[in-house]
Design a protein around this ligand. Structure first.
Ligand code: NAD
Ligand code: MG
Length: 395
């Protein structure tokens, strides 16, 4: 007896991971029923995707865009809704596989609601794991949901991590490309522009994560993400710069064996892996060609130039409040940098400012976490408003 097509939802379908997910779905021979597609403001692309995939629901988070979406989708059977509540309701629509690909803490509530369905949730959206990892995992376990990591490093570890042999694991090694400024001197980073920072050498990604890669805050977030996803202490999570982005991460076992996952720098691979898991499907993405590769390089992180990674280790040691503060301050600072309000090196300076805030000792509920996240953002934003146009790094 043939099985009914799987029901699929994509939260954040218009973004970089979202559009790769659409591409992966379209390349499959197996039929899917697309339930929900969501976006923040890109009405045109959302409507196009919804028509192409014959989705049941299209949700735009910006409530002011309801009429626009409604009019493009008039004459179709696609249900249209808008606003934050609609986004939350959409995350609760039953699906067998949900991609969480919203960027930043905006994705936390939809992710929690998706997990409460007790279904399979592929998580690209790393910020909620950083700020609320324990709650996310507890919610998944409490509702019987399965989390599949999409971040390429975590998906790589997931593929070579022997769950039944966890005590034999020495450490995991998260690889990092080093970003567009790996070879620049620290002094040269003072004046880099958003456009320069957005130009990642290996990966094509959304703006926020591209800036995070340039500061290496992305790897900082990933250390915390790995701590939660693989239940490992900071002492068993290492970071190694590998500029070619071919080895996406490794697991070292006590017997000296190191298992690595390799592939092209293309998010279609981890997405295809998660869509097929535990089977393996065909990727429509790039494949590795060993004939065109002539070397694998590795180097340690330059902590002077990229202090974010050490900041993440300090936050893990300090506790959840520090992880929330690091992430919230970074989101606020990255937005300001993209808007030409602060300089590149100020991003980490404002993260440090955020970490000076008094840390609450208990943050058990979702509301507590969201409230503290908002508080840190507001503090950092007011700190940015109050500092002169000359950067705080220069003062
Ligand atoms: P993106 O900016 O390209 O896309 C973000 C998506 O979220 C869009 O669909 C956008 O409409 C939606 N969105 C943004 N703000 C929203 C809001 N306030 N409410 C509702 N929806 C909102 O981002 P991306 O690069 O695809 O990254 C998505 C997430 O995946 C991030 O957390 C990122 O760190 C993680 N990730 C991305 C990549 C990558 O290659 N892009 C790799 C690994 C992990
Ligand atoms: Mg990554």
């Amino acid at each position: 007896m043939s099985q009914a097509p799987r029901k699929i939802s994509i939260l954040g379908s218009t973004g970089s991971v979202g559009t790769s997910t659409v591409k992966v779905l379209q390349a499959q021979s197996e039929p899917y029923n697309v339930q929900v597609l969501t976006a923040n403001s890109n009405v045109t692309l959302l409507a196009e995707q919804a028509k192409m995939l014959n989705a049941s629901h299209a949700v735009i988070a910006d409530a002011a865009l309801y009429d626009d979406l409604k009019s493009i989708l008039s004459g179709t059977n696609i249900k249209v809704s808008a606003g934050e509540t609609a986004l939350h309701e959409a995350a609760a629509i039953p699906a067998d596989w949900i991609m969480a690909a919203i960027v930043g803490m905006a994705g936390l509530k939809p992710l929690m609601i998706a997990l409460e369905q007790g279904t399979t949730v592929a998580i690209a959206n790393k910020e909620p794991l950083v700020a609320a990892g324990e709650l996310v995992l507890k919610t998944a376990a409490g509702h019987g949901a399965t989390i599949l990591p999409i971040d390429s490093e975590h998906n790589a570890v997931f593929q070579v991590f022997e769950r039944t042999n966890k005590e034999a694991i020495e450490r995991i090694i998260l690889t990092a490309s080093g970003g567009p400024f790996r070879t620049k001197l620290l002094a040269a980073l003072r004046d880099v522009t958003p456009d320069q920072a957005l130009a990642h050498p290996n990966w094509s990604m959304g703006d926020k994560i591209s800036i995070d890669s340039a500061t290496m805050m992305n790897k900082a977030l990933e250390v915390i993400e790995a701590h939660y996803l693989f239940d490992l202490p900071a002492s068993q999570i290492d970071v190694l710069v590998h500029p070619q982005s071919i080895i996406h991460s490794m697991v070292e076992y006590h017997d000296g064996s190191i298992l690595a996952q390799m592939g092209a720098a293309d998010m279609c691979t981890p997405i295809t892996n998660a869509l097929g898991w535990p089977k393996r499907l065909k990727t429509p993405g790039k494949k590795l060609d060993f004939k065109t590769m002539n070397r694998f390089d590795f180097e340690p992180v330059d902590d002077q130039k990229f202090p974010a990674v050490q900041t993440a280790y300090a936050c893990l040691k300090s506790g959840q409040a520090a992880c929330i503060a690091m992430n919230a301050a970074n989101e606020a600072a990255v937005a300001a940098f993209l808007n030409h309000k602060i300089a590149f090196l100020d991003i980490h300076a404002y993260v440090s400012e955020g970490l000076k805030i008094d840390m609450p000792s208990t943050l058990s509920s979702l509301d507590d976490i969201v409230a503290f996240d908002n508080f840190v953002r507001a503090q950092v934003e007011s700190c940015m408003m109050n500092s002169s146009s000359s950067s705080i790094m220069k003062s």
